[in-house]
Design a protein around this ligand. Structure first.
Ligand SMILES: Cc1ncc(COP(=O)(O)O)c(C=O)c1O
Length: 386
């Protein structure tokens, strides 16, 4: 019989939402109780208060709350009039919502490749994707860079291509809100930014929620109409086709409290990431943060050698350490998205990363001894066999 070492340590959480809940304690209960007392569950005063605080946090002029990060992306595409016959360029190495919204408005997602080091959209591939879109008879209208795993995309390079190609830039900051790029905060790096408050995000609420950040008052007017069925002077004066996509007052109340500690949490996440990188850089490829940028570490994602990942994940699991793979199947390999066009050179970097990446437990409240357990397990799993 195999002599297996049984390790009987309790499993650790991948993201510990409960640790933050314990820190916030009564402040969250009180904030929710205020809403259940005034009963303005839709568009209550907390919504505007939160929108103002969110815009102030990142330096954008406006924030428009909505029901999810997916809706935030879609509302912007709708507001820009993007639809059938249009192409929107986006990475395939992302969560499906980035491309899903493009298809939902009737336009066509066109996939571009990512950079092997930052995992973010490669500007040269965006230019090739625009050529591919035209070859398919589509009009390239927008590009959606994703701030993958919390690191801002290369906005200088992407904006230059966008200007040359006439593309609107919509930042998918569902994972990146709280990060910075050359002294500017995410929320101000593109003409419109969409973010998500899904509970596991760096700034998450207690359900679904999202927001658009922009400096453009005309865009805000259309977004606020679209999120309430295309309302005009009132909600029964419908001037365009819209949807129901408001940020619930209770979620806004929760977010007001969470935003107060967000800067603190960003510092803590950075410390956790630095410690991982310092202790693991000799055994695997740790994340790279270019000079002048910061990540908000939505995920701490490393690269392994081809073929190592399954065994590695199993060995960590046996020691009570969860891992996750974002994303083992890039969008152009999925049934719902495989028919869409892409960069004529294909997406070789995306395909390779999909085989090699794996994310380790990451949140602001991992204590040193828990992180030591993860680090030790990683090092043991990667130790060359004698
Ligand atoms: C990159 C990206 N875009 C969009 C979304 C969609 O956000 P939501 O779940 O709030 O709709 C997510 C959520 O995981 C995401 O990671």
């Amino acid at each position: 019989m195999n002599q297996r070492v049984q390790v009987s340590v309790p499993p650790i959480p991948f993201i510990d939402v409960g640790a933050q809940r314990r820190r916030l304690g009564r402040t969250i209960d009180d904030a929710i109780a205020r809403v259940t007392t005034h009963c303005q569950f839709i568009q209550g005063p907390e919504v505007v208060e939160f929108e103002n605080a969110l815009a102030a946090f990142c330096g954008a002029r406006y924030a428009v709350g909505c029901a999810s990060g997916t809706d935030a992306l879609m509302l912007v595409l709708m507001a820009k009039g993007i639809g059938p016959g249009d192409a929107v360029i986006c990475p395939a190495f992302t969560f499906c919502a980035t491309a899903e919204v493009v298809a939902l408005v009737g336009a066509t997602p066109v996939f571009a490749d990512v950079d092997a080091v930052t995992f973010n959209l490669d500007a040269a591939s965006v230019a090739r994707a625009a050529v591919a879109a035209r070859r398919h008879g589509l009009a390239p209208k927008a590009v959606i860079p994703v701030d993958l795993f919390g690191l801002p995309a290369d906005y200088v390079a992407i904006s230059a291509v966008a200007e040359a190609e006439g593309l609107f830039v919509l930042d998918d900051a569902a994972q990146g809100f709280g990060a910075t790029y050359k002294g500017r905060k995410v929320g101000t790096l593109a003409p419109a930014t969409a973010t998500s408050f899904f509970p596991a995000k760096p700034l998450g609420c207690y359900g679904d929620g999202g927001a658009v950040l922009t400096d453009d008052p005309a865009l805000v007017d259309v977004l606020t109409s679209l999120r309430v069925h295309g309302q005009g002077s009132d909600k029964y004066d419908n001037v365009r086709i819209g949807m129901t996509s408001r940020l619930d007052t209770i979620q806004a109340a929760v977010l007001i409290e969470k935003l107060k500690i967000f800067s603190d949490e960003i510092i803590a996440r950075e410390q956790v990431a630095r410690r991982y990188s310092a202790d693991l850089k000799d055994v695997l490829i740790v994340p790279f943060v270019p000079d002048g940028l910061t990540s908000v570490w939505a995920q701490y994602t490393v690269r392994l050698k081809p073929g190592q990942r399954d065994g590695f994940a199993a060995m960590l699991k046996a020691r009570g350490i969860p891992t996750a793979v974002y994303y083992s199947r890039p969008l152009h390999r999925l049934k719902a998205y495989c028919q869409f066009p892409m960069d004529n050179n294909g997406l070789p970097v995306t395909d390779r990363l999909a085989q090699e990446v794996i994310s380790l437990p990451m949140h602001a409240y991992i204590d040193a001894s828990t992180q030591d357990r993860v680090i030790e397990a990683v090092r043991v799993a990667l130790k060359p066999q004698a």
